[in-house]
Design a protein around this ligand. Structure first.
Ligand code: OSB
Ligand code: MG
Length: 357
């Protein structure tokens, strides 16, 4: 654990604001199409004029935790506000001792780090690990096959696409991927996310027949985690794991992956994601940061965290387009193929602090 977690911070107040944003177009999470997304912003203060903020937004169908778990964790933190202060690690531990509220830990730990940064004239990013780069490419999210959007994105310089497969027939998916391949002309790669839609036979059939040079990796192909090792033995294409990294057996299963997809809102706070990043480096895995449809407050935090963890693969943060509104109106992050948090951090921070008030 890096020294910052042992830094003592007094927290004197915790305020939160819940917002309901529209999803336009509506987005399918698991079995359900959602037209709305609930988000929670958190602002904490030390009683000396310093503040920190975070976002706590469990995602229905994907998160194991609910807003009620976040409420409980927040109440546990609130009951500790009158003492001398605690280390950041102790604040995280005391609010969620059983580790049942990852979305809370993400928002709370980032708020604590931002408060510590404000108190010491530092930045969240520096305290979360620093990192070398100041920008990261973005992966364009295709929730459906849209040739005009693909052409437009290629013209603007996008070199990575994330496409949701596994929802229609296998032949249809392969046909769509062929069409995409024709449009891309080698200028971009496609991450195929099946969200566990296939059995082993279909997953392998897809992997064999897919245009090999177009697919960056196949993410979560399989309904049954017990088939993952057979898939890896036979598949010519790399395997990315997302949902599986949050399974109880994640430690052993993660060895099968070529790529770890980290969703901090679903996995937990900075500490847990840093542990996954360390494990990825030790075992030669690729690392991708990905959103869970947070507002721009959470997306900025994810972007800063990706850079702090020295993640250079295109970020899966192209979800802001689907959310209507949010702090500052929700149009502060630019819609481009490269993300630079330095350009937007102060305007998003101001919007969050003004919104929570
Ligand atoms: O399946 O990876 C997913 C967003 C919310 C819930 C699940 C997923 C996603 C994304 C985010 O795909 C975008 C990305 O990772 O590129
Ligand atoms: Mg995924």
């Amino acid at each position: 654990m890096p020294p910052v977690d042992t830094q003592v911070v007094p927290v004197r107040s915790i305020r939160s604001l819940d917002l309901e944003l529209a999803l336009d177009p509506p987005v399918r999470f698991g079995p359900v199409v959602h037209g709305r997304r609930s988000i929670r912003l958190l602002v904490i203060e030390d009683g000396e004029g310093h503040r920190g903020w975070g976002e706590v937004s469990p995602l229905p169908s994907f998160s194991r935790d609910t807003p009620a778990d976040a409420d409980e964790a927040m109440e546990r933190a609130r009951s500790q506000l009158s003492g001398d202060g605690r280390t950041i690690a102790a604040w995280v531990e005391c609010s969620d001792p059983d580790r049942t509220a990852p979305a809370w830990r993400f928002g709370w730990e980032t708020a604590l780090l931002r408060l510590a940064a404000d108190r010491s004239g530092s930045t969240f990013r520096a305290l979360a690990g620093g990192g070398a780069a100041d920008r990261i490419p973005s992966s364009r999210l295709l929730t459906r096959f849209d040739p005009d959007m693909i052409r437009d994105a290629l013209d603007k310089g996008w070199a990575s696409f994330k496409w949701k497969a596994g929802r229609g027939t296998l032949d249809h998916d392969l046909h769509v991927l062929q069409s995409m391949s024709g449009l891309l002309e080698g200028r971009a790669k496609v991450r195929v996310d099946a969200n566990r839609g296939w059995d082993l036979e279909d997953a392998l059939r897809f992997a064999d027949r897919a245009p090999q040079d177009v697919v960056d990796y196949i993410e979560e192909p399989l309904r049954a985690i017990s088939d993952l090792s057979a898939f890896v033995r036979e598949s010519p294409l790399p395997l990315a794991l997302d949902e599986t990294l949050r399974e109880e057996e994640s430690s052993a299963l993660s060895e099968l992956a070529d790529v770890f997809v980290l969703k901090p809102t679903l996995t937990g706070g900075v500490t847990e994601n840093r542990a996954w990043a360390d494990r990825a480096r030790e075992t030669g895995k690729r690392l991708v940061i990905s959103s869970a449809f947070e507002s721009e407050a959470g997306l900025l935090t994810l972007l800063e965290l990706a850079l702090a963890l020295d993640i250079s693969e295109p970020a899966g943060l192209d979800t802001a387009r689907y959310l209507v509104g949010g702090p500052g109106g929700g149009r502060l992050l630019p819609d481009g193929p490269v993300l630079n948090p330095g350009e937007v951090s102060s305007s998003i921070e101001k919007a969050v602090l003004d919104t929570v008030g």
